[in-house]
Design a protein around this ligand. Structure first.
Ligand SMILES: [Zn+2]
Length: 427
């Protein structure tokens, strides 16, 4: 009896849902333009524009805040900044968000960026695009012919080399002499003035063993690399994992749904991937094992969603630091917690942008760190690119700001101190 009573209403509800879906297929939005491309969704005649009672596609939601609160007009950073996370090779090659590493930056583009650095009070940038070998030679020429005093360079390891994309057994990293050769290249790089070594997220999510399995971050075979970095005082800046939401299903509960829908290839959800927790745990085992090596975990160790945990890691590992590139969206949605984190770990947090960024985007960074402005966008793009929310400034005290903006980088990254002093004294 009870069962029959329930069945009929359920059928009715199901029928209504199906009817609504038929009229408005999920995410159909013919007017959505670029956001719609290539996803193969069905389209409907009814625009999801939110007008006249019609549903609204999330991509088209553009709420204008009615809030009236003070807005600080910041023109440039308060102190001369060291940006420890930039990609002049990757990002200056082709302007815009989607530049790729095949585009080549020109020396004119570098000149222009240095003018922007002057305007915004950025004294020194760390380029994370150095490569090794011949690529490093090119990169040194690009940045150091005219602007040696403004850039320090971190090398990168080419794990695939000339191997075939789909055949990990052909990749350089699976040749017996690979680690030994890399160590030699790092020695040469350090002798030529390189300050550190950058690992991209492929390390843990793309570098594979000959049998096709993902190579573990803490595989003992990499130990000579961590060791030589410690011996030579090369700082390791490492991107491990990605935002937590990228490891969750792409569904209506995912807080980065809009972004993942535009970039489904950014998802690491599924049995073929290690979990976020496994990746960070492997990284921390490396940090613990190699106490003589200084590590900077990029993007607040990819766990700005949980600063208490990141704080615990900093407590446990004196050779670990973090930088904030591309994470003011995360930090700025929790200004109370973030401010405490900045104050408590002021000696361990470095400034980064994942730039070169536009003047507008840079100013949002200054505003976030220097003011207590409320509810402002974290990016200049019309749709918030990294989560659909706004941020609040943390208004750091001057002594904390100095540490984050430059003192920590001056102290810990070789080559920064003399550059920073020369630029800060003359500008
Ligand atoms: Zn980066």
């Amino acid at each position: 009896m009870t069962r029959r009573c329930l069945t009929l209403p359920l059928l009715v509800i199901t029928a209504v849902v199906v009817a609504v879906l038929a009229r408005y297929p999920v995410a159909a939005d013919p007017a959505g333009g670029a956001l719609q491309s290539g996803l193969g969704v069905e389209t409907s005649d009814a625009p999801l524009d939110g007008q006249e009672g019609r549903p609204l596609a999330l991509e088209r939601f553009r709420p204008r805040s009615m809030l009236k609160v003070p807005e600080t007009d910041i023109r440039r950073a308060m102190f001369p900044v060291v940006d420890v996370h930039t990609h002049p090779q990757i990002r200056l090659g082709k302007p815009g968000e989607n530049s790729d590493d095949t585009a080549r930056a020109t020396s004119e583009a570098v000149d222009e960026f240095v003018r922007l650095m002057d305007e915004q009070n950025i004294a020194v940038c760390v380029s994370l695009d150095g490569g090794l070998g011949a690529k490093l030679e090119d990169h040194r020429r690009l940045l150091w012919t005219k602007h040696r005093e403004r850039f320090v360079i971190f090398a990168n390891i080419d794990f695939k080399g000339r191997g075939e994309q789909t055949k990990p057994e052909s990749w350089d990293c699976n040749r017996p002499e690979f680690v030994e050769r890399t160590v030699e290249q790092l020695r040469a790089a350090q002798a030529s003035g390189v300050s550190g070594l950058k690992f991209f997220k492929e390390f843990g999510l793309g570098v594979r063993n000959a049998d096709g399995s993902l190579a573990a971050i803490d595989d003992a075979k990499w130990d000579p690399i961590w060791r030589v970095c410690g011996q030579l005082k090369l700082v390791v800046l490492i991107h491990t994992a990605d935002p937590l939401a990228f490891f969750e299903p792409i569904d209506a509960t995912n807080e980065r749904w809009e972004e993942l829908r535009r970039h489904p290839d950014w998802s690491f959800h599924g049995p073929q991937w290690p979990t976020h927790e496994q990746l960070l745990a492997a990284f921390l085992r490396v940090v613990k094992k190699h106490r003589e090596t200084t590590f900077i975990a990029a993007h607040v160790a990819n766990l700005p969603e949980d600063l208490a945990t990141v704080g615990g890691w900093l407590d446990a590992h004196p050779n670990l630091n973090v930088e904030i590139a591309a994470r003011i969206a995360e930090l700025g949605r929790q200004p109370v917690t973030a401010r405490k984190f900045f104050v408590k770990y002021a000696d361990r947090i470095l400034f980064g942008t994942d730039g070169p960024r536009s003047a507008e985007r840079l100013k949002l960074h200054w505003r976030f760190l220097e003011t207590q402005d409320e509810y402002f966008p974290y990016a200049e793009s019309p749709f918030p690119p990294q989560g659909f929310w706004r941020i609040y400034g943390v208004g750091l005290p001057d002594d904390v700001l100095r540490k984050v903006y430059y003192e920590n980088a001056v102290r810990s990254i070789p080559g920064v101190a003399e550059r920073w002093r020369r630029v800060a004294e003359t500008k």
